[in-house]
Design a protein around this ligand. Structure first.
Ligand code: ACO
Length: 324
């Protein structure tokens, strides 16, 4: 096919909603002090959802995928590629995508995970687009699914208040009209230490500390710069300008980073899709969650131009420009 195009979106949040006050009360029992006011002022986050202990990324991804397929008017049998972006996979292996495939009741199509932390969804969407244009894939399911609550250090107030669980999905189909217009992906592994979960499995044991570690200020500074660069590079590849963007849907980590990027792209804040206040940072799930909410609420309409952009551990970053 010449192009790929999103034909359906879906998302799912685990039912347990935890407000900043709820979290502050839980942390107080550990002798850790935080407040709704601190969290809202620094991040824009008011609440996040946490999955129950027996719920995995593939469970959340399954619900999001079901909604996306329904919106696209497709069934699981139509799917010929599954890519899951996650940093909180169900197992070391097999991939969450393979587990999700089985939960969808299908077999045979290619299924694999993409690991680029909070940039995972823009990476996965770019790979799916390339496989549709070059490998004859007709109907791809691209999912971002995370249970970040599992890797949070609840003794570290500088990080545990920032993240949540959830999943978002899109159906990306072969098309004679665009669709995905351009994308721009990057990584710089020298920054591994500013955002990482420095643990691994060896000899039947977990070595290192498998909990999220982040230098928030270092991430913040890098994020604002690289997000503008990626957005500009993507616009240039597509032959478009700032003025063509109807909606900016950035990775939902911090309202100040998101507004900073919108300003650099000279976009009025009304064009910024924000879900971080209700979802927290759901890593690879945040962009498809925000996209689905914007589509279902009637904000993002068919034919409009949307800029997706992500930044995360690795350091990784990237953007995708598309027509809905
Ligand atoms: N409650 C109350 N006080 C807190 C909390 C908390 N939860 N956390 C930190 N503080 C205190 C600190 O101890 C510090 O106190 P001190 O001045 O007495 O030392 C003070 O608040 C300020 O802390 P800073 O770290 O300077 O706060 P900052 O304004 O930088 O905000 C934040 C921190 C929100 C983490 C910010 O740096 C940020 O958003 N960074 C980017 C993070 C990000 O986007 N990460 C996602 C990347 S995506 C991925 O791949 C996972």
């Amino acid at each position: 096919a010449k192009y790929s195009r999103i034909t359906g979106t879906g998302s799912f949040l685990p039912p347990r909603r935890v407000t900043n006050d709820d979290l502050a009360r839980e942390l107080a029992q550990r002798g850790i002090e935080t407040s709704d006011q601190w969290i809202v002022e620094r991040t824009g986050i008011r609440a996040r959802h946490f999955a129950a202990a027996d719920v995995s990324s593939s469970d959340l991804g399954f619900e999001a995928a079901r909604h996306a397929l329904e919106a696209a008017g497709k069934t699981a049998q139509d799917v010929d590629l599954i890519i899951v972006a996650t940093s909180t996979p169900d197992m070391v292996f097999p991939s969450t995508a393979a587990i999700l495939q089985n939960k969808l009741g299908i077999a045979g199509c290619a299924a694999f995970d993409v690991q680029a932390v909070c940039s995972g969804f823009v990476y996965a969407l770019t790979v799916a687009d390339a496989m549709i244009r070059a490998n004859g894939v007709k109907c791809a399911l691209v999912v971002g699914a995370e249970v970040f609550s599992r890797i949070l250090d609840f003794n570290d107030r500088t990080t545990c208040v920032l993240f949540g669980d959830g999943a978002g999905a899109v159906v990306l189909e072969a098309s004679e009209t665009p669709g995905i217009l351009a994308s721009d992906l990057h990584a710089d592994g020298k920054h591994v230490g500013i955002l990482c979960v420095p643990g691994h499995v060896s000899g039947g044991e977990v070595l290192g500390k498998p909990l999220l570690h982040m230098d928030g200020q270092a991430v913040f500074k890098l994020a604002v710069r690289v997000l503008e660069e990626a957005a500009r590079a993507t616009l240039q590849k597509a032959g478009r300008t700032d003025a063509d963007i109807d909606w900016l849907i950035p990775h939902q980590a911090n309202i100040r980073i998101m507004e900073g990027t919108a300003k650099k792209l000279k976009l009025p804040l009304e064009k910024l899709v924000v879900t971080v206040h209700e979802h927290g940072n759901t890593s690879a799930a945040s962009i498809p969650l925000a996209l689905d909410e914007a589509v279902r609420s009637g904000k993002v309409k068919p034919g409009e131009t949307v800029m997706l952009e992500g930044v995360g551990g690795g350091f990784t970053w990237g953007a995708v420009l598309l027509d809905m």
